[in-house]
Write a protein that binds this ligand. Structure first.
Ligand code: AMP
Length: 477
């Protein structure tokens, strides 16, 4: 039975969706004012894989994501760049989708822009006003009154008095009733975009867009809410306060899943701190034609080989390690194919025993995923199985079933992580270097020939000199 660690209960709980085999999943989307970085990729790849896994094990998964396309940060950045918030937001939204396509994030059923849900936002603020949970501060906006929601802080185990937080976006106003009260609707200031609504000319606060969107699409309650750990407080607390006060239904979401941070030198990678590696930079830096997999496969493996809740401190040594692991899979498969070609017919009598072994390994693999989507544990099962298989191949004891089962296991992993392998084709540049080296050798220019070999090797290819001429091999380094 699939279990997730629910931040709300701080326990691993069996997944029991509200509508049997249907799962409604909402994950906080990006604020579109800059390029997405690999910290975003960490969170979005984790949820992409979780959503695909849910579908794979038979749930009909509706994955909803909002796009924050109006916000203080967008307005500020647009001013700096002498453009309008809308133009800026649309541009970065487009780039965000491009990045997602490159990362093969394809599980999202619907994207919902905040600005497309203004009527729903207004409706929700009006309900909160009517029910006494919101109040107006003149020339400022409408605020949520935290004193009317005693459950506030249940998710993060904090109180409204602890609303100061280095990573939080706090709405400041001296006239707030309680320190942690947050803006639902902000009256327009000069030069800022606004919507002329029953609440007056203004724009939504950050938290209300999510609940207005989820209420419009899922209703007042749904199954899973996700995001990175920074959003737990105050953003997710604010969502709970708004929606549960508006609907008087509890809980807003049954399960709260939070991804760990991707940090760099121990600090959260973030747009505002400026310490980020964009997804596109990562992909172009790590794309290497000499490798049998693309940079997306490398990033997917790197991120998904860590548990989604664990923090990752990004550095190049970890990427090198991920690259090496992918090469290990391919080397293992090569050995497997060669073994299967040469040896297999000799061992066909063990089918029943091997089926049991296969089941045990598969069960372990599945059990790891069912255990709070523990992908590193699932990988551990695979590495152990490869180790056992290598020993069996060493002594010629591996059977046809062994080969089939380990291949099936590897295929399950590739499908789960969406890892894709390719045949390495020799780039023109490398072919040309090798041809030049051949000429240099014929002319006995040994130094030049050596230099050309070094250049070829720097591009990830080695040269084997044979009586029939040079053969080029990728070196996978
Ligand atoms: P933002 O655009 O900054 O609002 O972030 C969009 C999503 O990415 C949210 O779920 C964030 O919590 C998540 N996120 C942002 N930075 C990181 C990071 N360094 N590590 C993991 N997740 C992150």
């Amino acid at each position: 039975m699939l279990k997730f660690f629910n931040t709300l209960s701080e326990k691993k709980e069996s997944l029991k969706p509200r509508h049997k085999k249907r799962v409604q999943l909402f994950v906080c989307g990006p604020t579109v004012y800059d390029y997405s970085h690999i910290g975003h990729a960490r969170t979005y790849l984790a949820f992409d894989c979780i959503a695909k896994y849910l579908s794979r094990i038979g749930y009909k998964t509706y994955y909803l994501q909002n796009i924050t396309d109006i916000d203080d940060k967008i307005i500020e950045r647009a001013k700096q760049q002498h453009t309008t918030p809308k133009t800026l937001a649309r541009m970065f939204e487009k780039l965000y989708h491009e990045d997602e396509r490159k990362l093969r994030i394809t599980s999202i059923t619907k994207y919902a822009r905040a600005t497309d849900y203004i009527p729903a936002i207004v409706r929700q603020v009006k309900t909160l006003l009517k029910r006494g949970h919101a109040y107006e501060i003149r020339k400022d906006g409408y605020y949520f009154d935290l004193a009317t929601f005693p459950r506030y802080g249940a998710l993060s185990r904090r109180t409204s008095l602890q609303a100061e937080d280095a990573v939080s976006r706090i709405d400041e106003s001296l006239q707030k009733r309680n320190k942690g009260d947050f803006a639902l609707w902000k009256f327009s200031k000069r030069g800022e975009p606004y919507w002329n609504t029953e609440l007056g000319k203004g724009r939504p606060g950050w938290h209300i867009e999510d609940t207005a969107i989820t209420e419009s699409i899922f209703g007042p309650q749904y199954d899973i809410h996700g995001g990175a750990i920074d959003l737990k407080f105050p953003h997710h607390e604010a969502e709970i306060a708004q929606q549960e006060s508006a609907s008087r239904k509890h809980p807003l979401a049954k399960y709260w899943l939070h991804t760990g941070f991707l940090t760099i030198n121990g600090k959260k990678m973030s747009k505002s701190a400026g310490n980020f590696v964009t997804i596109r930079d990562f992909l172009s830096t790590h794309e290497n034609a000499a490798l049998p997999f693309d940079a997306t496969t490398l990033l997917r493996y790197f991120i998904l080989s860590q548990h989604y809740r664990a923090p990752i401190d990004f550095n190049e040594a970890l990427i090198t390690h991920a690259r090496q692991s992918l090469i290990t899979f391919l080397d293992f498969e090569k050995r497997l194919s060669s073994y299967a070609g040469k040896t297999l017919k000799m061992h066909q009598g063990e089918d029943r025993r091997m089926t049991t072994v296969r089941n045990t390994i598969f069960k372990q693999f599945e059990a790891a995923l069912e255990n709070d989507f523990n992908t590193p544990q699932a990988l551990g099962v695979i590495f152990d199985a490869m180790h056992t298989m290598n020993s069996k191949m060493d002594t010629g004891r591996a059977t046809r079933n062994d080969v089939i089962h380990i291949r099936t296991l590897l295929t399950s992993l590739y499908e789960l992580f969406d890892l894709r392998f390719r045949t390495v084709s020799i780039p023109k540049e490398v072919k040309s270097l090798v041809t030049q080296r051949e000429s240099a050798r014929k002319e006995k220019q040994w130094q030049r020939a050596d230099m050309l070999r070094v250049q070829t090797s720097a591009l990830g290819f080695s040269i084997e000199d044979t009586p029939q001429g040079p053969i080029i091999h990728p070196t996978y380094q």
